[in-house]
Design a protein around this ligand. Structure first.
Ligand code: 13P
Length: 342
């Protein structure tokens, strides 16, 4: 139904390879603006060649494929090669990692709703998806941003609609959509507020996904964890976060969805691992695998070590792989603070 020549089993198979192998996703799809901001904080030159060097460091980290099933690239990155001329896409494929691509064009101010955004990028998306598929991508990502302090119905519905139209176009093009409605951590709100807004958002998103005929077995949800705001004086225990997150998802995500891959959203790397671990350690039998699709919580320690210096590539790669191992252990409920280096 409306998916061109792409069969439902083919989409479901890609989705299963992404979330069903006891591995997670690596988000390395920062836009040039975001990547430059992170580089600037460490005095790394904000150039295409520095971004290429950084992405090469990540993609060639020894053993990356042991814990990573898919990597989300950015438009610039999917066209780049290693220093010896090997396309990044081929490096991933050789490591057994499925290439993915961020296809949204960013969150833009929503008319008449100060502080709220709607994510754009639907115009011309069908053609861009075809081009990305030709370049080797087999899954895609689109991020919507919901601010828990505002979260108007107009904002939630506009973003849910765009996510669903993006997801339907992806499936038509043979790409598994990663659907990312992020309720952000900024603010002083309590965990209960995040839970209520996340639940409302997910209900709106799945209603729109159904309306647009999206195959749930051929998609992945990328949600936030249910957390108190970064400035909230009450920071709940790991187990409280884990229970609230799983309860919220159980109430709003259909069982047919292939899997759930969390964003890290500004949590420290160790906390993101601990909270994911606590969810997977719960006795509840859940219908979907709970995995990770972290950017900062995997990359940041390595970036802090690298700082743009060739002599530190090996140490940075080691830090990156350490985070991958921590998060992989969290999928089995085997992560513990003893895995962290002091
Ligand atoms: P963080 O894990 O840094 O939140 O990034 C995930 C992501 O892909 C945001 O779109």
């Amino acid at each position: 139904m409306g998916r061109g020549g792409v069969t439902a089993p083919a989409l479901a198979d890609i989705a299963q390879r992404l979330v069903g192998q006891g591995k997670g996703l690596l988000a390395m799809d920062e836009s040039n603006g975001t990547c430059n901001k992170r580089f600037a904080a460490l005095d790394i030159p904000q150039t295409e060649s520095a971004r290429r060097d950084w992405r090469e460091l990540i993609l060639t980290a020894p053993g990356l494929g042991e814990g990573i099933s898919g990597a989300i690239l950015y438009d610039e990155t999917i066209r780049q090669t290693t220093a010896d001329g090997t396309p990044f896409v081929r490096v991933l494929q050789t490591a057994g990692i499925i290439p993915g691509i961020k296809v949204d064009l960013g969150a833009k101010d929503l008319a008449g709703r100060p502080g709220e955004t709607v994510t754009e990028g639907l115009d011309g998306l069908r053609d861009r998806l075809r081009a990305y598929h030709d370049l080797g991508a087999r899954f895609a990502k689109w991020r919507a941003v919901i601010s828990p302090g505002l979260a108007s119905l107009g904002c939630i519905e506009a973003n849910a609609h765009a996510l669903a139209r993006y997801a339907a176009l992806c499936q038509e093009a043979g790409l598994v959509p990663v659907v990312e409605p992020e309720v952000v951590m900024t603010g002083a709100h309590r965990l209960a507020r995040c839970r209520a807004v996340t639940e409302e958002t997910l209900h709106a998103v799945f209603r729109q996904l159904w309306t647009q005929g999206v195959l749930l077995e051929g998609m992945i949800l990328k949600p936030n964890m249910v957390l108190p705001g970064l400035d909230c004086p009450i920071q709940d225990a790991v187990e409280v976060v884990a229970f609230a997150t799983v309860q919220c998802l159980a109430r709003s995500v259909p069982a047919a969805v292939a899997g759930i891959a969390f964003l890290s959203g500004g949590q420290s790397p160790a906390l993101a691992s601990a909270r994911l671990n606590a969810m997977n350690a719960l006795p509840a039998r859940l219908p979907w695998p709970l995995v990770f699709s972290f950017a900062r919580a995997i990359q940041q320690p390595a970036l802090d070590i690298w700082q743009g210096k060739a002599s530190r590539v090996g140490a940075a790669q080691e830090a990156l792989i350490h985070r991958v191992h921590c998060n992989r252990a969290a999928l089995r409920g085997d992560y513990g603070l003893s895995m962290e280096r002091t």
